[in-house]
Design a binder for this molecule. Sequence first.
Ligand code: PBG
Length: 331
Amino acid sequence: MDSKRSQLSLRRLRQNPAIRELVREHCVTVEQLIQPYFVVDGISKREAIPGLTGTWRDTPDSLLKQIEADLEAGVRKVLLFGVPSEKKTSGFSHSFTSKQIAAIKKRFGSDVFVSVDVCLCSATSHGQCGILTAEGDHVENASTVAELARAATEYAQAGADCVAPSDMMDGRIAAIRASLDNAGLDGTLVMSYSAKFHSKFYGPFRVAADSAPKGGTSLKDRATYQIDPGSPRDALASSLRDAEEGADILMVKPGLPYLDVLADLSRQIRKPWAVYEVSGEFAAIELMAQQGLIHGPAAHLESWTAFVRAGASMIVTYGARSAKTWLELKS
Ligand code: PBG
């Protein structure tokens, strides 16, 4: 055989930006990104979050100002975390978060797509994601699910476009869907954190949301409800179940450490997939960039590209509001 013709040149398609742009298979756009917001009851000024550059613990006022600024940056998809000041073990009020949803909708209407995290960890005095049994050593499934369905329905009534349960109880998607439908809210989307792992990468978030497990119980962590990092089979079962129960969007969380799971599940279950680039992943890049070890914007884009390559159609990331600027740096 002619040795010249058998020489495969892969570098021909890499030789300049124009060609690379044309042959690229996966691109990230700002439209795919969802920006998380923390709105905190009882603080007078917004507060920075260690590790999460450019994200804040907002007051109700600063939240609206930030959303306005973000609209300018092309970001119109919100994932809201409400942090009430009153911590309890039962009899929760969801009104603080509901009020913020109503305020966003009143001000911005359909310019902003509002999704809201549904969980109890920011509202419980012990920091667990649900209601404990009398012995305090277990999160009770049925009472927690009923409370989550109440919260989700209140949020939807306040105007949320999408509710996103992140608690990992059994049967919560069916309960939330039924409760929404009963209230005539059949247009509200349910985005399930269906493949949420028991991860150490949630550290900065738990400071922001005041949601770390705190004691007052023998439960030290969330291992009895979040998925074990070594059990992708469990993530498949959980996602199949949540799809069956009526979830519109499924999610893998964290992102990069579970990229194999995202690639696998998004091929097996043909639903829209979200991925959450969680606080610890985001902060790792930021901290390396601050040390001059890495180019932060390019590293963030590389991670997002990996998510899209692995099958995500949307990405929850603390970098959404910087994405437009970062994407312009790309070559
Ligand atoms: C609430 C919740 C968590 C995150 C989103 N919703 C933390 C947890 O399970 O402890 C993590 C998000 C992040 O780290 O950015 N249960």
